[in-house]
Design a protein. Structure first.
Length: 114
């Protein structure tokens, strides 16, 4: 097993600053002009956010709609190809592309990950 780490450590206080929540993908669409970006509308409990993600070569829009994902919700927003992305879905680097983190059990959108 190979691990790819930077060796940089953070303390517990810094880790606790990350706000990760369960998000429910309401809709997904391709980003015009890109072959890998998808625009997702994600319910994170108290509101819906837009996330632009580079997972479009591995995942199809229709496969994502109606699924739960892990979302970093307090990431500073940024514009990606003219779309304001308000978070980041978490994925592992798989041999054939990104693999979204799985959620098992009955959890509601907005549930905190600790």
């Amino acid at each position: 097993m190979t691990t790819n780490t930077t060796g940089k450590k953070i303390n517990l206080t810094k880790f606790q600053e990350l706000e990760m929540r369960i998000g429910f993908v309401r809709s997904a669409s391709e980003v015009e002009g890109s072959d890998k970006l998808l625009m997702l509308t994600i319910d994170i409990g108290e509101k819906e956010i837009t996330v632009v993600s580079g997972i479009g070569k591995k995942y199809k829009m229709q496969d994502l709609e109606g699924t739960n994902v892990v979302v970093l919700v307090n990431l500073e927003p940024r514009d990606i190809m003219g779309i304001r992305s308000e978070g980041m879905i978490l994925a592992a680097d798989g041999k054939e592309g990104p693999i979204l983190l799985s959620i098992t059990g009955d959890v509601s959108p907005g549930t905190a990950i600790r």
